[in-house]
Design a protein around this ligand. Sequence first.
Ligand SMILES: O=C(O)CCC(=O)C(=O)O
Length: 275
Amino acid sequence: MGEFQLAADQIQSFRKNGHICLRQVIGRAEAAEFRKVVNAAVQMHAAQNRDSQVPLKDRDTYGKAFLKHMNLWTMDNGVREFVLHQRFGKIATELLGVDGVRVYHDQALYKEPGGGLTPWHQDQYYWPVDTNNTVTMWMPLVDITEDMGMLTFASGSHTKGYLGTLPISDESEEVFNKYIAENDMSIHCEKSMQAGDATFHYGWNLHSAPPNSANTMREVITVIWVADGCRVTEPINDNQRRDLSRWMPGLKPGDVVASDLNPVTYHRNANACVS
Ligand SMILES: O=C(O)CCC(=O)C(=O)O
């Protein structure tokens, strides 16, 4: 993989709106390879994970939204090569305007045919870190259309910061729908994305996704990065306590986010690509 050239207006647009869609971050052949390794890791992980075996109709709203498989890069060398690749880390670094980035975690988010909506939420509600410079890449591994659960953003919402103790739930959907309408925020989603296209959004950006009304799986891999040098904060809810022990094992409030699970994947000064 070579480098992806970000234009200045794309960076400006990301910082203003809190999200951007970049086309062909990786090419079709690479996306097909990425899909192969992610699917194999997902299958292995699903065999050990009971949630994915509960029938769709018996799950709650969060459970109906997607099947989730996390930190696949730690389980499979093929996934590791992609997730830790400096091409992605460089885009994250340039969008955020920081010196470098560390991986927070990856997750495959597969919305099944008939899968439910992903309620409006803020990702960073889950993350005990002392920076606003966090970003998620959301990359379909198959071509998708709007009706398959396209990621949908409330433009500019990242500038509001923390908006409350609202994990992904029916309540977050209701409260944030109202908030977005009251604040006259514009809502944006792509009509279609090809495998290898990717959206990037700030951790505080409000986002959601409609149900998957197609009859094929919406296969998506996400990777989250935080600015290199940021520190752990005192967790303010149980989700943050869980995140601290899972994604930053051994660290405590005040520590630099630099556990074994948080490698630097790109840095402007010392190129520390670990893939
Ligand atoms: O894929 C989805 O439906 C939601 C994804 C999401 O919330 C995220 O990547 O932050």
